[in-house]
Design a binder for this molecule. Sequence first.
Ligand code: ZN
Length: 547
Amino acid sequence: MKITFCGAASGVTGSCHLIETDKYKVLLDCGQFQGGNDPDKMNRAPFPFNPAEIDCVILSHAHVDHCGRLPLLVKRGFKGLIYCTDATADLVDVMLKDCAHIHEQDAERDNRKNARAGRPVTEPLYDTNDALDTIKHLEPVIYDTLVILNEQMKVVFNDAGHILGSAIIELWVTEGESTSKLVFSGDIGTKDRPIINDPTIIKKADYVIMEATYGNRLHEPASESVDRLLNIIAETAERGGNTVIPSFAVGRTQELLYQLNKVYDGHTPFTERLRNVPVYVDSPMSVTATEVFRANAQAYNEEMKDYILSGDHPLDFKGLVFSKTSDESKQINVDTTPKVIISASGMCDAGRIRHHLKHNLWNAKNSIVFVGYQAEGTLGRLLLDGATEVKIMGEPIVVNAQIHNLEGFSGHADRDGLFEWLSGFQQKPQKIFLVHGEEESKVEFAEFVKSRLGWDCTVIHNVCEVELGENTTITSLSTAEEEFADKDSVQEIRSRLKNALEDVSDVIENAETATDTKLTSEEIVQLKNRIAALEKEIINLGATVSK
Ligand SMILES: [Zn+2]
């Protein structure tokens, strides 16, 4: 058996691992790269395998970094089935249509610039038709049931407790007389989360592919994060400000609603303080995803089921407003009542959240609360790392709002949670491969495991091929993830500067022609100065290159 780590090998996003025998090729996940130097380029790069030769995909869960490149796989020739749990299938349907829409919008925006600059047209990464084609390949299965993939492979999906429908995969592979068992952790959830069950402990494996997102971090308890969030919302509203929460549309948003419902529809010390603070969920996908959650009660934990039986719907309360259309979305920033705005994307690199940040970051009255992982290179990470000015849709925005990070809401187990899950194996697996983490996180987790259990973990650093057997060999492959982690060429820097310049020009053009804009003439002068500075930078760079 051979494993090729094709994505989430050097970083956290783009989860994709190829399992090969002499007869079959099966893919674990096919996720999108996010953040980093040039995610678009990494996503467009060829797969390190031929999609037409892949027999089937086993999908761990519906997050974009695990399913976001499936339409590309189908577009490039994949013909097989995509196995996932029934709740994941429902969520992937919502997710991929939304991703396609974002890619179409991005391409449209780029093409307006391309036309003005006389550059060729860019195609979207994939479009709505590709997403619809992909959905036809989904093969929903239920938890804890043996599924025969082919005469060499069998699989069971176990609850991963990460988001609704998320799975830890057990895969049995028979070659000749011998059968090996591979366990793929997917993303491992935390214990005692709202709505969903605890992650399943697996007792036996020959090989383990394990995530290590928080391999060197400990989260504060979830209940402390909830109390801190409620305090932030109340204090922010009391000083007349908004609380903006960038949140993954699928999973995290519904968990936030569940926690807020307890306060809004309950009798807690916060109920009175928050009574007049409306909660807006502003993301068309969150709205649809919440409907999917409401329709998948089979995957709920007992507490959630009891709640529903008691007559109160845990994802609905007085003061909760869903905005679907873009007019409804714009209205949120026109009305000055202090409020909570929950919007996607969770890492702030796309979607309506960017508009809300643009309208709220500059004002010291407001609070921005992060409740999920922010990958390197994303706008969310920049804000968490203390940026004092950021650029949103081409416009420089100063950061005066309070920035908070509540890791207790994380959907990922922390170091101790990961360790507890790994300790569940009753015998040392032959090999444990650590993926889906930044370098220090994987290395420190490997050291922690070694010191406590004496087990060696193999840290995956980049895209590589591993031949399993008596003498396991690892061969590095130079492919997308690695190549694009390299420094940018001067040409790339120039083209980025050019784009930046065009972005600023767009802002000015809009500001000068639109009548409802709030930009003052002073701000326009500032922007013009910024263009002049950028122009100078480009000229200097040009001079360096031509030397
Ligand atoms: Zn995930």
